[in-house]
Each structure stands twice: as structure tokens, then as C-alpha cells.
Design a protein around this ligand. Structure first.
Ligand code: MG
Length: 338
């Protein structure tokens, strides 16, 4: 298989601020994998939180691609050997998994959700994310997101209550809160969760630092809201420790290393009685299209990374009235605009 790798700088519509920091753009690496006249597309959104840079990601992509040969319809052994033979660099693994699965779907002439026997109808609503900003800006963004049935709000600053009150002054839709590890004591965290429960908040994602597992166990025993692990849950080896500390996990292709591992995570998480959130990084419609193939598995959908950017280089699945509508194109269902 022949590989091409291209860096794409995605511009964010609004400066994106979360408890970890602020940014105006993100770099995605787009992979085109060519096999017998077809091109399979894949996307890597390397994340410094997990020790990845665009440079380390590109080097990993090129090293892994050298081993790629075989029939993409036999995707399982192809992807498994990539995962087994290389350490870390999960975004690069995700991109190659996507490109192989796109090729598999195109060769079999079916969307992945069909190959996996999933029903694309009746998906749960997807949330629209609002980053941290001044309360009046946050209220304005909540108004702009009027078509969505659920909002995801980034907290973890000294202004948390003001932001929620600003949103509640313009809408009563359910809110999912993502603290991005921003609350540093369990006493602070439980106070916040209790306050949020009284403001039509549906769940809280990653309230405390990922490493604070004992605090997470303490918090779960007291929390009136479901607590979802994001930064604390990276790859599937972490899952066994999640059951005691969280009610659910946020599964992202970029953390798991692609669709194959994400499907394994779904099975493992369900076996542990955990709820499933399907999430994303800031990604173009290509990455979202790959995650969307798994949408029927999710209790909570958070696939809006492409809606946060203003120069999306791909077209994929539409979001209509706050619901993801999966198209029936073979493979991932995304194609480049140029
Ligand atoms: Mg999160």
C-alpha cells in the first residue's frame, strides 16, 4: 500500500479555552492509503496531553506504513499487527486504522456500520461544545447552539458558576460539564457536582486529575450525577480500574488507536457496566466520520470537533437538528473537498 501524509492546520471558530489551556488552531495529519486504485482516508489529531506532536505522529505513520501489505478486507490482522508492533502514538495508529477501514468499506461497497451490523437510526443527540470565555460570550454561544438538544460546557476555572448561570439565562437544555481535570480537591469537586445537579446538568466529565484515582472512587460514591472518565481513560488496559471510579468512559479513536480498539473498548466497558460516551478531539469531518460509524453504540454522543472549525477540508456526515445523520457512502463516508 502506498501512503501519503499531509498536515492540515484547522482554524477554530472561537479561541478554544479549556482547563488545560487555550488555542486558535490545531494540526491534523491526513493519511491517504492507496490500494488497487482506491484511496482510503485516515486522520490523526496528535495531542500533547498524551505525549504526541505532529512530528512524532508523522514519523510513526511513516514507520508503520512500511509494514502495511495485504488485503484491506482482512482488516483485523492488518490493524492488530500495527497495534502490537508499535508503542504509543495512538493518533497515528487511529489514522492508519481509519484508512484501512475506509479501504475495506470501499472494497466491500458498504459503510462500516453496515459491515458491523449496526443500525444507524435512532442515535442519541450529539452535543455542541462551548469553551471557557467571559459569561456574556458563553451565553451568546449557547444561543448560537439553539439547534442542539444538549450542550457540553468546559469548566474548571474560578468562574464556573457564572458560566452555568449565563447559559441558564438563555436556555434550559441539558448541559454536560467537562472539567478537564480542573478541580483539584475532592471537597471542591463534590461541592461543584452537587451545585451542577441542581442546574439541569446531565453528567460531569473528568472532574479531577486523571491520576487522582482514590479521589475519583470517593467522588463516585457521593456524586448525584454520572461521572465520565476522559483523560483518565486512554487505552483499554485502563478500563479495569475505571469501574470503581467512574460511571462511564469517553471513548475517542485518537486515544484508543482507531475503530478496532474503540469497538473492543465498547465491549469491555459494557461488560464492566460502564456507560459509553463517544467523543473526539478538534478534528475535521474525516475523523468525525470514522467515529460516527460507532455512534449506534453510544449512550452519549459528543462528535462536534468538525463544527468547531471554519476551514474543514473534508465533507462527511451531516448534523441535522442536533442529530447526526449517517450517510450511506461506502467506508467512512467522508471525502476531501479538493
Ligand atoms: Mg473531555
Amino acid at each position: 500500500m502506498k501512503i501519503q501524509v499531509k498536515a492540515e492546520v484547522l482554524k477554530l471558530r472561537h479561541t478554544f479555552t479549556i482547563a488545560h489551556g487555550s488555542s486558535d488552531e490545531r494540526v491534523n495529519l491526513v493519511v491517504g492509503l492507496e490500494h488497487e486504485g482506491r484511496v482510503g482516508w485516515g486522520l490523526a489529531a496528535p495531542n500533547p496531553r498524551y505525549g504526541e506532536t505532529p512530528e512524532s505522529c508523522k514519523a510513526a505513520l511513516l514507520a508503520m506504513a512500511r509494514e502495511l501489505q495485504g488485503d484491506p478486507r482482512a482488516y483485523e490482522p492488518l490493524i492488530s499487527s500495527l497495534l502490537r508492533n508499535h508503542e504509543g502514538e495512538f493518533a497515528a495508529k487511529a489514522a492508519l486504522d481509519m484508512a484501512i477501514m475506509d479501504l475495506a468499506g470501499k472494497t466491500l461497497d458498504a459503510p462500516l456500520y453496515r459491515i458491523w451490523g449496526l443500525d444507524p437510526a435512532g442515535l442519541s443527540p450529539t452535543s455542541m461544545t462551548i469553551g471557557m470565555a467571559a459569561p456574556e460570550q458563553v451565553a451568546q454561544r449557547a444561543q448560537e447552539a439553539a439547534g442542539f438538544h444538549v450542550l457540553k460546557v468546559k469548566l474548571g476555572s474560578a468562574d464556573d458558576h457564572a458560566l452555568i448561570e449565563a447559559i441558564r439565562s438563555v436556555t434550559q437544555v441539558p448541559i454536560r460539564v467537562d472539567a478537564n481535570e480542573g478541580w483539584h480537591s475532592r471537597e471542591h469537586a463534590i461541592r461543584e457536582v452537587e451545585w451542577l445537579a441542581a442546574h439541569n446538568v446531565e453528567l460531569v466529565e473528568q472532574p479531577m486529575p486523571a491520576s487522582a484515582i482514590e479521589d475519583a472512587v470517593w467522588l463516585k460514591q457521593r456524586s448525584p450525577l454520572p461521572l465520565i472518565a476522559d483523560e483518565a481513560f486512554t487505552c483499554n488496559a485502563d478500563l479495569l480500574s475505571m469501574g470503581e471510579a467512574y460511571h462511564g468512559v469517553n471513548i475517542k479513536l485518537m486515544k484508543c488507536g482507531g475503530t478496532l480498539m474503540a469497538r473492543e473498548a465498547v465491549t469491555l466497558a459494557r461488560g464492566l457496566g460502564l456507560q459509553i460516551m463517544l467523543g473526539c478531539m478538534v478534528e475535521s469531518s474525516l475523523g468525525i466520520a470514522a467515529a460516527a460509524q460507532l455512534a449506534p453504540y453510544a449512550d452519549y454522543l459528543d462528535l462536534d470537533g468538525n463544527l468547531l472549525i471554519c476551514n474543514d477540508p473534508f465533507r462527511g456526515h451531516a448534523v441535522i437538528d442536533g442529530f447526526l445523520k449517517l450517510n450511506d457512502a461506502p467506508g467512512l463516508g467522508a471525502s476531501p473537498l479538493t
